[in-house]
Design a protein around this ligand. Structure first.
Ligand SMILES: NC(=O)c1ccc[n+]([C@@H]2O[C@H](COP(=O)([O-])OP(=O)(O)OC[C@H]3O[C@@H](n4cnc5c(N)ncnc54)[C@H](O)[C@@H]3O)[C@@H](O)[C@H]2O)c1
Length: 346
């Protein structure tokens, strides 16, 4: 469901896999879905998501539509006995996310969430480095996704709080939270202290020139920059930054810097390059050493879809509950920013 950038990634990923038949595509833009259906050899394409459910031969569905539709579509699909792969963020609020996870449990079906950046080759390599103990005990990390002018179409559904649930923290910051906590070995977040700003977008600065997101959000009422300081239950701390608009160097950059007791690591991915710059810092015989790693590119959505289908076929829970936990962290960050205080998570 959905034929924007995300929906196309899903459809193309399913089409590559043996033993998978793409039964239908839903999306409001008729020319786009006609082209996609024609290119991938899909017979059925419809406008509204409800129309797709008229076909009872479906086994799984991907939900890649505006975030306010994630919960209703996911719950309807699970109640029909389908396995669901939902785009990030899982939902606008922790309550919506919890109702999706509960629906998956009731139905005994997989609810997975598309965290494609975690499947990148550089991130997976860095995780193996940490698992191998090369950094010792990681105790502090700073992770970010920052854009100078990267609002995903000012005035689309993305920039409307009611439809999107939030701005860059929920959109790209959720990827950052996901890969940072994955790299750190999934510690639990115990407290959040955050700030959010909307000082640039409110003045019209920051729209991405090439973005063509859909929907009518009627303006901009989310943040354009968020920072969040997280305490972790293993004693470590994590600082997350996410911006769609900021007076910084041009372009788009995400990454992470990790300090550990035996070494450090730094990954930077500029303008969505397939492989980022990944460096390890250590101390060799009392001398500073830098090692640059050259991992292979990962397969992003292809890996996400393959993992999801494997769970659907062979049993496995999917990442729904973990994604719901991230939704609680983001919600705590928004509360913290609004109330100007630290929020404890139980
Ligand atoms: N994993 C990633 O890296 C990534 C990247 C971009 C977007 N996303 C996520 O994917 C989702 C979609 O984002 P996008 O960038 O593709 O948005 P988009 O605005 O480009 O596309 C949204 C699509 O949803 C369709 N849609 C809207 N209402 C519908 C309805 N009632 N029935 C059927 N289809 C409907 C629209 O027609 C459109 O095709 C969002 O949740 C977003 O956060 C994830």
């Amino acid at each position: 469901m959905g034929v924007g950038w995300a929906g196309v990634q899903h459809a193309e990923a399913y089409a590559k896999l043996p033993g998978v038949e793409l039964a239908g595509i839903a999306g409001l833009e008729e020319p786009v879905r006609r082209e996609l259906a024609g290119r991938l050899g899909v017979e059925r394409h419809v406008a509204e998501w409800e129309e797709l459910f008229a076909d009872d031969s479906l086994d799984v569905v991907s939900v890649a539509v505006p975030t306010f539709l994630h919960a209703p579509i996911t719950i309807a699909a699970l109640e029909r006995g389908l396995h669901v792969l939902c785009e990030k963020p899982i939902a606008r609020t922790p309550d919506e996310a919890a109702s999706m996870v509960a629906a998956a449990e009731r139905a005994g079906r997989v609810l997975d969430v598309a965290f494609n950046h975690r499947q990148r080759g550089d991130i997976q390599t860095l995780r193996r480095v940490i698992e191998d103990g090369r950094l010792g005990r990681p105790y502090y990390a700073k992770a970010w996704w920052l854009r100078r002018t990267g609002i995903p179409t000012l005035g689309s559904w993305f920039t409307n709080r009611e439809q999107a649930g939030g701005g860059p923290l929920l959109d790209i910051g959720i990827h950052v939270l996901d890969y940072a906590l994955f790299l750190l070995g999934q510690p639990r977040v115990t407290t959040v202290s955050a700030s959010t700003y909307d000082l640039l977008a409110a003045g019209g600065f920051g729209d991405a020139e090439t973005s063509d997101k859909t929907g009518d959000g009627g303006g901009f009422d989310v943040e354009d920059l968020a920072t969040a300081f997280l305490r972790l239950d293993d004693g470590g701390t994590l600082l997350v930054e996410a911006s769609w608009a900021a007076h910084r160097t041009a372009g788009d950059e995400f990454g992470i810097t990790i300090f550990g007791t035996e070494g450090g690591a730094d990954l930077r991915v500029v303008d969505m390059e397939e492989i980022g710059t990944l460096k390890l810092f250590s101390d060799v015989a009392g001398v500073a050493a830098v090692t640059e790693l050259h991992p292979r590119a990962g397969t992003g959505h292809d890996a996400v879809v393959a993992r999801f289908l494997d769970a659907a076929r062979n049993g496995g829970g999917g990442d729904g509950a973990a994604a719901a936990a991230l939704a609680r962290v983001v919600d705590a960050a928004y509360t913290s920013a609004r109330e100007r205080r630290e929020i404890a998570l139980s």
